[in-house]
Design a protein around this ligand. Structure first.
Ligand code: M6R
Length: 592
């Protein structure tokens, strides 16, 4: 989603901002913009082109020691130059970039319009620029104007603010949208993500919600909503800039699919000391004592939750799984004794953050499983499990899903005190390596289905969970309509969709359901459907499309999912699509 970069430095910041915006491009955007303070004036340039074009088209002589930049993913108002950020206030006193959604912007806009403020865009953001100016005209104090402005805002915001008469400060405010300060000897910087800051800053400051402040070259001032000055501490990150390199791969998605083994190994390295598993003892106690567990997630993370719930049910726990945005509006089962497991690669998914508010109200414990240290969901949790999968750049999640599954497997092993889990995981790794080495058949299937208007995935139990994930992957990157069904549901409706040559991909990795799946295959073939069977060796039959070396039933999602990941990748490749940045999607969904 939207990205923010800003800086005040002893060195000129234009290049830092452009490079920073490039490093958040992977999150998805449809327009971009830049503002630099030059001679007490904000020079602004916006475009619906890529960041490269932004740099090329913005007057090349413009540079400054103070500036802000933005990549926008449209929510309010179509992607256009007028709606791109930065937005400027009526008399051009304030220029701002914003991530998040101002929920009460319509009321605020009406009030401002009544006072003579003319709006140039359709965005919710522009109200903030005008409000700042209105409050400044009353108080003649920028920090106080910011405080009074954010007191009126309902919703989420990360704001980087230029007051164009002040070349010595970069201002900011934050509530429930990510914003970080990066500190370096040469200055202070802002970003919505660590990535733009990694080359420049070594120390970072989390900005708490409902806080605001200012940065000068050498100082950081942070205030709460009542205007009290707040102490803060610095932290470091283990994220590395190199993670943003493709290393000879044509796309991040392919690189990340092939980092599957690494995702499993990094987790083992971080949570196993050679003798025992190292998850926090309190986390394990919380889970052992839990009478009821609710998993919440969105998209791919929700699919990982579905399988996670099966693991916990096998421990005789009462477990439910919900799509985060659904539970947020229908918060069933809300007892204090319920333990919530929040699954999120980014740790910033707005739908989950909304759930947190409800969970906190009822006083239940939160366990966050995330790939992003310092993320909002990590900070809100009672216990955090990090995925250590490294930055996932492609919008379609691949290696993070494998890490999520591995984390769930390891947590369960610790609860069961089961150390032979590592042998089982080694088997899974062998199967993953097999797929990486030998996936010509998957490419062939991709060629065959690339022009299909619909593709269906079928499985039961664990295989259904992974069918859902494979179907999502295909939709996301190839734009082919796709659905996944449990085999048993076929006759209850979906079979009506089967006609001549409709591709149906069937997963078979479970003894207990393989006969039933073979019957489903006959039913589909009888109606002319084009079947592709992905089976494990011991359950395979002659004519199956792709046979995977044996893997335990509960580990099959870690392996068979790679069939779906490669399939989606190659279909998108053959269709010549923007694989790493599929249309309309964002890497981290920070608005509801
Ligand atoms: O960062 P999260 O894991 O919370 O993100 C959840 C979904 O937005 C995400 O999994 C999405 O479905 C991906 N594009 C899947 O490839």
């Amino acid at each position: 989603m939207c990205g923010i970069v800003g800086g005040i430095s002893t060195e000129k910041v234009r290049n830092f901002i452009i490079e920073g915006l490039k490093s958040v491009e992977y999150r998805g955007y449809d327009s971009s913009g830049l503002a630099l303070v030059i001679n007490n004036k904000c020079e602004v340039y916006k475009t619906i082109e890529r960041v490269n074009e932004l740099d090329k088209s913005f007057e090349s002589s413009f540079d400054s020691f103070l500036g802000i930049g933005h990549t926008r993913w449209a929510t309010h108002g179509v992607p256009s130059v007028k709606n791109a950020h930065p937005h400027t206030s009526k008399s051009k006193l304030f220029t701002i970039v914003h991530n998040g959604v101002i929920e009460n912007y319509r009321i605020l806009k009406k009030e401002l319009q009544a006072k003579g403020y003319v709006f140039k865009s359709d965005t919710d953001t522009e109200v903030v620029a005008h409000l700042l100016e209105k409050e400044y005209k009353i108080t003649s104090n920028v920090l106080e104007a910011i405080r009074l402005t954010i007191k009126q805002l309902k919703g989420t915001y990360a704001l980087a603010i230029l007051f164009c008469r002040d070349q010595n400060h970069l201002y900011f405010a934050k509530n429930r949208s990510p914003l970080l300060i990066g500190h370096a000897k040469k200055g202070n910087f802002l970003a919505s993500d660590y990535l733009p800051l990694l080359k420049t800053a070594s120390d970072f400051v989390e900005i708490p919600d409902f806080h605001y402040g200012s940065l000068s070259v050498s100082e950081i001032e942070l205030y709460d909503i009542n205007g009290n000055s707040i102490e803060f501490s610095y932290h470091q990150t283990n994220l590395k800039q190199e993670a943003l390199e493709k290393n000879n791969y044509p796309h991040f998605m392919l690189k990340e699919i092939e980092e599957a083994e690494q995702s499993v190994r990094f987790l083992i390295d971080n949570y196993f000391d050679g003798k025992k598993l190292l998850f926090d003892k309190d986390l394990i106690k919380t889970l052992k004592d839990a009478k009821h567990i609710i998993f919440l997630g969105s998209g791919t993370s929700y699919h990982a939750c579905l399988t996670g719930a099966r693991y916990f049910r096998e421990l005789k726990k009462n477990v439910d799984t919900y799509i985060a945005s659904e539970w947020a509006y229908y918060p069933y089962n809300n007892s204090k004794d319920t333990v919530f497991i929040l699954m999120s690669q980014s740790g910033e998914t707005a739908d989950l953050i909304s759930c947190v508010k409800l969970i906190e109200k009822q006083g239940s414990k939160i366990i966050t499983i995330t790939n992003t240290q310092g993320s909002t969901l990590a900070r809100k949790a009672d216990h955090v499990v990090f995925l250590y999968a490294g930055i996932e750049v492609a919008v379609a999640s691949t290696k993070a899903y494998i890490a999520q599954m591995t984390a769930l497997v390891l947590i369960n092993a610790m609860i069961r005190n089961e150390l032979n889990i590592f042998e089982k995981l080694e088997e899974a790794i062998v199967s993953q390596r097999f797929i990486i080495k030998d996936h010509e058949i998957i490419k062939k299937v991709a060629k065959e289905i690339q022009n299909s208007s619909s593709v269906y995935f079928l499985g039961r139990g664990y295989d259904h969970d992974l069918a859902l994930e494979c179907s999502l992957k295909l939709k996301e990157v190839s734009y082919i309509h796709s659905e996944a069904f449990p085999g048993g549901e076929l006759k209850h409706g979906p079979i009506a969709l089967i006609e001549k040559d409709v591709p149906v991909i069937v997963f078979i990795s479970d003894h207990s359901t393989s006969d039933a799946m073979r019957s489903n295959i006959c039913e589909i073939e009888a109606r002319g459907g084009k079947i592709y069977v992905v089976s494990t060796q011991e359950l395979s039959q002659e004519g199956d499309t792709y046979v995977i070396p044996n893997v335990r039933r509960f580990l099959s999602p870690l392996v068979s999912v790679m069939f779906g990941q490669y399939l989606a990748y190659y279909v998108a490749l053959y269709k010549n699509l923007d694989i790493d940045k599929p249309r309309n999607l964002a890497k981290s969904v920070t608005v509801e």
